[in-house]
Design a protein around this ligand. Structure first.
Ligand SMILES: Cc1ncc(COP(=O)(O)O)c(C=O)c1O
Length: 362
C-alpha cells in the first residue's frame, strides 16, 4: 500500500484517555460508575461559568478575539506580569505542543523525566524531535542533576513537571534553583505546573512568582483542573515577551475559543471558591494516602489531585479489578496506577475496590 503518512508515527504510542464512564456504567449494568482517571476536580463548573458560557454562545457565529485581550489582561493582573508575556491556548497540552514546535527542528532533543505526563513523547515526536527520557528517582521524582547532565548541544527544550503527573511528587526550590543555574542559557526550560493550585508544601516554589523573570523559563498552567474547565480547553503560559511573541507565530489561529475565553474570565472571579475546593481535595488526598499505606501500598507524598500506586506489573490487573467494581483508575503498565482524588464518597468506593483488588492479586 502507498504510504501517505510518516513512517516514524507507526511506533508512537497513542494518548490513552481515561475510560468512558458511560461505557463502564453500561457494561456493569450499575447505577453509575466512578471515574478517577483524568485528574478532574469533582465539584462541577464554578459559579458563574455556565451563565458566562451561555451568554457567549449568543455570539458563536463570530470568531473569538484572536488576541484574547480581556483574558490576557485579567491573567496579567492576577499574576503581576505584563499581558505581552501571556499566551493562551486550547488546553495547556496544546501550548506544550506549540512550545516544542517553536523550539525544536527534526533531530533536536527534548529532555524530560520519565515517567511523566504521557503527552510529552507524543508532542516531541510530532515535530520529529528526539525524546531524551531521564528515569525518575527511586522515590518516583525528577532526577534534576541527571536531567542537567542529559543536556547536549542538540537540546532545545527541557520540561520539569512540577508536581509530576502521574507520580504526584514535587521538586523543591533549592534543587530547582541549582538545576536552573546548570541549564545553558540557550535551552528553554518549561515548568509545567498543571497542578500548582493543589501544592501545599511551602518549599515547592510557585514558578510564576519565583522563576518567570528568568530569560529561558516558560511557566505552563491549565484551567482544566482546579478551575474546572477541562471540557472547555483553556491553558496559558507566562514567558518573556520575545519568547511569547515567537510562540504566538506558530499558534493555531483562534484556538482559544469564544466560550473558553468567557468561561475563564468568569472562573477567575471565583478564586476563593477554587481555594475552598482545593482544600477539600487536599484533605481527601491525605486520607486516601493514609488508607492506602495501611493496605501496605507504597504511596509517594502527592502534591497534586491524584495519588500514585507503584504496583509494577500488577498495575493493569489492579486497574481491571477496580473497573470490575465500578471505579475507573489509570494504570500505566508496568509502572504503577494513578488514581484521581474525587469526592469523599468516590474515594471510599475506590478504597473498597482497592482493598478487594489487592486481596485478589495477592
Ligand atoms: C502535567 C500536565 N500538563 C498538562 C496537562 C494538560 O492539561 P490541559 O490540556 O487540559 O490544559 C495535563 C493534563 O492532564 C497534565 O497532567
Amino acid at each position: 500500500m502507498t504510504r501517505l503518512t510518516r513512517a516514524d508515527l507507526d511506533s508512537l504510542p497513542a494518548y490513552v484517555p481515561g475510560r468512558s464512564l458511560a461505557d463502564l456504567t453500561r457494561e456493569l449494568g450499575i447505577a453509575e460508575a466512578i471515574k478517577l482517571a483524568s485528574n478532574e476536580v469533582p465539584y462541577g463548573p464554578l459559579p458563574g461559568v455556565v451563565e458566562a458560557v451561555t451568554e457567549a454562545m449568543t455570539q458563536s457565529h463570530r470568531y473569538p478575539d484572536m488576541g484574547v485581550l480581556a483574558l490576557r489582561d485579567a491573567l496579567a493582573a492576577r499574576f503581576g506580569v505584563s499581558a505581552d508575556r501571556i499566551v493562551t491556548g486550547c488546553g495547556s497540552v496544546a501550548l506544550a505542543e506549540i512550545l516544542v514546535k517553536a523550539t525544536c527542528l527534526p533531530g533536536d532533543e527534548m529532555v524530560y523525566s520519565w515517567r511523566s505526563f504521557e503527552a510529552y513523547p507524543i508532542i516531541s515526536a510530532g515535530v520529529g524531535a528526539t525524546s531524551v527520557r531521564v528515569p525518575n528517582t527511586a522515590a518516583h521524582g525528577h532526577d534534576l542533576p541527571a536531567m542537567a547532565d542529559a543536556i547536549t548541544d542538540r537540546t532545545r527544550l527541557v520540561v520539569v513537571c512540577n508536581p509530576n503527573n502521574p507520580t504526584g511528587t514535587a521538586v523543591r526550590k533549592a534543587e530547582l534553583d541549582r538545576f536552573l543555574a546548570d541549564v545553558p542559557s540557550d535551552v528553554l526550560v518549561v515548568l509545567d505546573e498543571a497542578y500548582r493550585e493543589l501544592v501545599t508544601d511551602p518549599d515547592v516554589p510557585d514558578a510564576i512568582d519565583t522563576y518567570a523573570g528568568r530569560p529561558n523559563v516558560v511557566v505552563l498552567r491549565t484551567m482544566s483542573k482546579a478551575w474546572g474547565l477541562a471540557g472547555l480547553r483553556m491553558g496559558y503560559l507566562v514567558a518573556q515577551p520575545e519568547v511569547a511573541a515567537a510562540i504566538r507565530k506558530v499558534l493555531t489561529p483562534f484556538s482559544t475559543s469564544l466560550v473558553a475565553q468567557a468561561a475563564a474570565l468568569a472562573a477567575l472571579q471565583q478564586e476563593d471558591e477554587v481555594k475552598r475546593r482545593c482544600a477539600l481535595v487536599v484533605t481527601e488526598r491525605a486520607r486516601v494516602t493514609e488508607a492506602l499505606r495501611k493496605l501496605n501500598v507504597e504511596v509517594p507524598e502527592s502534591q497534586a489531585n491524584f495519588v500514585w500506586l507503584p504496583l509494577g506489573d500488577k498495575s493493569a490487573p489492579f486497574g481491571a479489578a477496580c473497573e470490575g467494581r465500578g471505579v475507573i483508575v489509570r494504570p500505566f503498565q508496568p509502572d504503577g496506577v494513578r488514581v484521581t482524588i474525587g469526592t469523599p464518597e468516590e474515594n471510599d468506593a475506590f478504597l473498597a475496590a482497592a482493598e478487594f483488588a489487592l486481596d485478589q492479586l495477592g
